[in-house]
Design a protein around this ligand. Structure first.
Ligand SMILES: [Zn+2]
Length: 206
């Protein structure tokens, strides 16, 4: 999940047909940005912190595609600054989800498992579709492994949301939702700190 898994795709990943590759990256950007909004809104509507935490990953991935399309051709320092901005935003979102989960523990929350299930399946479908698209159109196998690891981790996050939905349904309690949200937001925060570290090294060397 999160920024620790999904790197910025090579903007020349489809060197043979750059226009088509850029189009693919645009589709991936729009799909991830759309799912970010869907999960945030559905997460708030269904009182599910796990959905909101899963949205963090879509945000991070959308930002990666945007960086890839926008600044990858520019100097390394600009990429590093863009990565820092992304990490700062993810850190803020991650802390908000954690804070909101703690608030949920304090005042009680009642996540709706049905909405969590539907949106979780939708998120999984979007992640798998984007992964297949990237696999199909990128050239060479340098990025194959990172696309695979990233997609697998994203799918694990989506499955964790589905598990939380089942847990809420089975127990009639909110803690499975809060637990999954806490773990996922924690991973997102850790991932954003890693991006910070990397970007600082790049800036120091640039
Ligand atoms: Zn991801």
């Amino acid at each position: 999940m999160s920024s620790s898994c999904c790197g910025t795709p090579d903007p020349n990943g489809g060197a043979h047909n750059n226009t088509r590759w850029r189009l693919i990256l645009w589709v991936a950007l729009i799909a991830n940005a759309a799912m970010f909004l869907v999960e945030i809104i559905a997460g708030l509507a269904a009182d599910s912190r796990a959905l909101q935490a899963d949205a963090l990953d879509f945000f991070g991935d959308a930002a990666n595609y945007a960086i890839s399309l926008g600044v990858a051709g520019l100097a390394l320092s600009w990429r590093a600054k863009a990565a820092m901005l992304k990490a700062a935003t993810m850190l803020a979102f991650g802390l908000w989800v954690i804070g909101y989960a703690v608030y949920g523990i304090a005042v009680g929350s009642s996540p709706e498992p049905a909405t969590m299930g539907v949106i979780g399946v939708m998120a999984l479908a979007v992640n798998v579709s984007v992964a297949l698209m990237l696999f199909r159109y990128r050239e060479g196998d340098a990025n194959m492994r990172s696309v695979w690891i990233c997609s697998r981790n994203d799918a694990i996050g989506n499955v964790a949301v589905l598990a939380a939905a089942l847990g809420v349904l089975g127990t009639g309690q909110a803690w499975p939702d809060l637990l999954v949200a806490g773990i996922m937001a924690g991973l997102a925060i850790w991932g954003s700190l890693e991006v910070f570290k990397q970007a600082r090294i790049e800036l120091a060397h640039g």
